[in-house]
Design a protein around this ligand. Structure first.
Ligand code: ADP
Ligand code: ZN
Length: 804
């Protein structure tokens, strides 16, 4: 009998895979895509079989220890997608597969041996194992068996497994995450008045901060969140409890709010435009795609639903991708309304165990529709018929770590591999998607809102000259926005106010010497926070107390610059005391389901003014929202990134699209100091095509995507000089490669990244510009040669979404 070997990808940053011997006893369980347990140095790891019949390696190969899956965990289509990702993005195959499979199916394994009931006439060492297991209630981890019997046990175990005397299963680590309760601290009793607070919290500022933080989180929070995220000590929590102002409880682990909601039933008749788009999607040849370009409120969701419904009717499955599951409860609820428990919702709040369960249900075909954020593109849906990418232009579709894939492109590749159709949808498509229409994507339009509702008029207020109201502190508040809010509130309608800057103020500056407080670990200014008060770095989480004097010149007054959402919230409460204000940003939504809580309150009409960062710009469909205010349209306009105009256009156009979705109509007021910037001019006209056209011209010279493609090589290291010199080497390496093969590629840099340091690591980059195919060759070389030298690291970011 000839020996068989398999290549196995391990969840480690290794450019290549490893070859192991397949023990006869494991036989055909070792197939491409199957999980196997293999020895790595002195540990046992779970890996994925890439190929199961490869030539014998030069060195002796170790044995695969166990193969827990009856059939491969990673189906063929996904494995092929993984190979494409690994090759295209220059990512190690093991890391690519690691990010595909839920954590619960990975990691350091524990193989459990269970003795099958009955009498087995096995002698020798195998018999000893059976006896020993019997003494342990029939079950024990293999490692424990080996320790107890002081011998290698795998051979004997495989023989036992082959005759059915022992069953081997892999217990993934970490499934304990689904434990039933968690510790919570909750406000107790009536909230004290401001005067009472002053005396209750005299000399106990931290307690007051905690109390108010709990208030802003809706009255309670997990203790873990309070300690780890908000930075309060356990003593502060205990103090508050002793004062009788809070109590500790254990709450039932917060249940999935999608879990048993029946969902919203969809409207039952399609408009003509929707029907036409649907027919076009239906007639796509297998593996091909369409871009559904429909203005905000044009009913794209219903088209997705119908397309998914038809796929199901043909016995196929579907994947629906949304930018962030917490921000799109309405889309999820519509899917559930239409497909009930056919749907698996893959959201980030699932524990590893729950995620692994969802994976198995999909893999077995017991769920046919997967909905989730970017990683749901890897859902093991059987007989995939369609992949929908809603809001395809969203930056969150780019994965921020290795493999740095772009979900839209992975979806296209997977659709092609599995013969599914692809539907990208947006009111503000990316330039890249638009550039592919006519060639690889069919362009489908929904030019009108449902019910022929007009898009809301947008008023651009030039803050340099517009009349302003007094008494709003550092916040520049135009009379126009002020009047709009007052009128909206008087009519009992709701308003959204966008300010894309969280925290209290963007930074703290000395008015005397100009010193700005920066993060000691990152080259970025620290953001001023009020609840709890601190200077905080939004990149690394560094936190320090608010200083009273300038560290450079000791000037006793420090000035806050750049109003953030916390300050806006405070100002609104003072200026519009009758209005109920809620705030939605990263700081108020870090607990499970907090998005749903806030959005639920808006939906029920319990909030008059919802302020928020970009989070409130997406997907919301509230008919009573008749005013959208953009407090400062300029926050992202002049970032040193070629996409800053595109991002600003998308943000303003999307948030404007939240207004006037109901019969009452609506309007939009945008405050800016750059009223003539093309991003704002086109957004004010709701004219995405106009914007795309002009921006496309601007990307021709100097050329940027979609004129050509980019690869950003980011070099980082702890020493500034090391990093710079390594970046120079990387640039030399690229230049030499380009010269040797006469490649049509431009090498820019090395240069420090705009964010020159993050988390104590200096960052330099080398930017490659060229056509995709030739860049692919460089990426393939680079993946083998570049990654590590000494303490510096090189990250390959192909098709980067941000150059910061
Ligand atoms: P988009 O995603 O394009 O911004 P939505 O899908 O949220 O738009 O649809 C906007 C609104 O129109 C929703 O309230 C939806 O229920 C409603 N709607 C969509 N299609 C129809 C239809 N065919 N008939 C009636 N109402 C519809
Ligand atoms: Zn930092």
């Amino acid at each position: 009998m000839t020996e068989r070997f398999a290549t196995v990808a391990l969840p480690l940053p290794l450019a290549s895979s490893y070859t192991y011997r397949i023990p006869e006893t494991l036989g055909d369980r070792v197939a491409s895509g199957a999980r196997v347990v293999v020895p790595v140095r002195r540990r046992e790891l779970i890996g994925i079989v890439l190929d199961s019949d490869v030539p014998a390696p030069d060195a002796t190969a170790r044995d695969i220890l166990a193969a827990p899956d009856d059939r491969p965990a990673v189906p063929g289509g996904l494995l092929a997608t993984a190979r494409w990702i690994s090759d295209y993005y220059g990512a190690p195959p093991g890391l690519t597969l690691k990010c595909m499979l839920p954590g619960g199916l990975w990691g350091e394994s524990q193989v459990i041996a269970t003795r099958a009931a009955g009498k087995w006439s096995v002698g020798g060492f195998a018999g000893e194992i059976l006896d020993w297991l019997e003494g342990r209630a029939g079950e024990a981890p293999v490692a424990a068996v080996a320790r107890a019997l002081r011998r290698p046990v795998w051979d004997a175990l495989h023989r036992l497994a082959a005759v059915g005397a022992v069953r081997l299963r892999v217990e993934p680590p970490d499934t304990a995450g689904s434990a039933a309760t968690e510790r919570v601290v909750a406000i107790h009793g009536e909230p004290p008045t401001l005067i009472e607070r002053a005396s209750l919290f005299k000399r106990r500022a931290r307690r007051r901060e905690l109390y108010e933080a709990l208030e802003s989180l809706g009255g309670s929070a997990q203790i873990r969140h309070v300690v780890e995220q908000l930075g309060f000590g356990e003593a502060v929590i205990r103090g508050l409890v002793q004062q009788g102002l809070a109590k500790l409880t254990t709450a039932e682990r917060v249940r999935d709010p999608f879990g048993d909601s029946p969902g919203t039933p969809p409207p039952d008749t399609l408009t003509e435009a929707q029907a036409t788009a649907l027919d076009a999607i239906e007639s796509l040849p297998p593996g091909e795609g369409a871009l559904l370009f429909g203005v905000t409120g044009s009913g794209k969701t219903l088209v997705y639903l119908e397309a998914v419904k038809r796929a199901l009717a043909r016995g196929k499955g579907a994947i629906v991708l949304v930018p962030e599951i917490g921000l799109t409860p309405q889309t999820v609820s519509r899917l559930r309304g239409a497909f009930g428990d056919q749907v698996a919702v893959l959201h980030s709040a699932l524990s590893d165990g729950e995620r692994a369960d969802a994976w198995r249900l999909l893999r077995r075909g017991e769920r046919r529709v997967a909905v989730g954020a970017r990683s749901a593109v890897f859902a093991p849906v059987q007989d995939l018929g369609i992949i929908v990418v809603d809001e395809e232009h969203e930056a969150s579709y780019k994965n921020g770590e290795t493999p740095r894939y772009l979900t839209r492109d992975v979806a296209a590749v997977r659709a092609r591999i599995e013969g599914a159709s692809l539907v990208l949808g947006s009111a503000t498509p990316s330039l890249e998607a638009m550039a592919r229409t006519g060639d690889r994507l069919r362009l489908l339009r929904l030019p009108e809102r449902i019910g022929a509702r007009p898009l809301p008029p947008v008023e651009i207020v030039d803050l340099r000259v517009a009349p302003k109201v007094a008494g709003t502190g550092p916040l520049v508040w135009s009379a126009a926005l002020d009047a709009a809010i007052t009128e909206t509130h008087a009519r009992g309608e709701q308003a959204l106010l966008l300010l894309n800057r969280r925290g209290y103020a963007a930074f703290l500056q000395c008015p005397d010497c100009g010193e700005v407080w920066q993060c000691p670990r990152c080259t970025i200014s620290l953001t001023v926070h009020r609840s709890p008060p601190a200077l905080r770095c939004h990149y690394c989480g560094h936190e320090e107390a608010l200083p009273y004097t300038c560290r450079a010149c000791a000037n006793p007054v420090q000035q806050m610059r750049g109003v953030g959402t916390q300050q806006l919230e405070q100002m609104l409460a003072e200026r519009y005391p009758q209005a109920r204000v809620a705030r939605m940003d990263l700081d108020t939504t870090s607990t499970k389901w907090s998005h749903q809580r806030i959005l639920g309150a808006v939906e029920r009409g319990e909030v008059d003014l919802l302020i928020g960062t970009q989070m409130i710009a997406k997907g919301l469909d509230f008919p009573n929202v008749t005013l959208v205010g953009v407090v400062d349209a300029d926050t992202g306009l002049y970032l040193p990134d070629f996409r800053s105009a595109e991002r600003t256009f998308q943000l303003i156009a999307q948030v404007a699209g939240r207004a006037g979705r109901g019969p009452k109509g609506g309007r939009v007021v945008v405050q800016t100091r750059h009223p003539l910037h093309h991003a704002l001019v086109w957004a004010a006209k709701h004219d995405a095509e106009g914007f795309l056209h002009q921006e496309r011209e601007l990307r021709r010279s100097p050329p940027y995507p979609p004129e050509l493609h980019l690869v950003n090589l980011i070099v980082s290291g702890e020493g500034e000089a090391d990093t710079a010199s390594r970046a120079a080497e990387v640039a030399d390496w690229c230049n030499a490669l380009v010269a040797r093969h006469e490649l049509p590629v431009t090498v820019l840099g090395p240069a420090p990244c705009p964010l020159a340091r993050i988390k104590d690591r200096w960052r330099w980059h080398v930017l490659l510009k060229g056509q995709s195919q030739v860049l692919g060759r460089i990426v393939r070389y680079a993946a083998q040669r570049l990654p590590r030298a000494g303490k510096t690291r090189v990250v390959i970011d192909r098709d980067p979404v941000s150059l910061l």
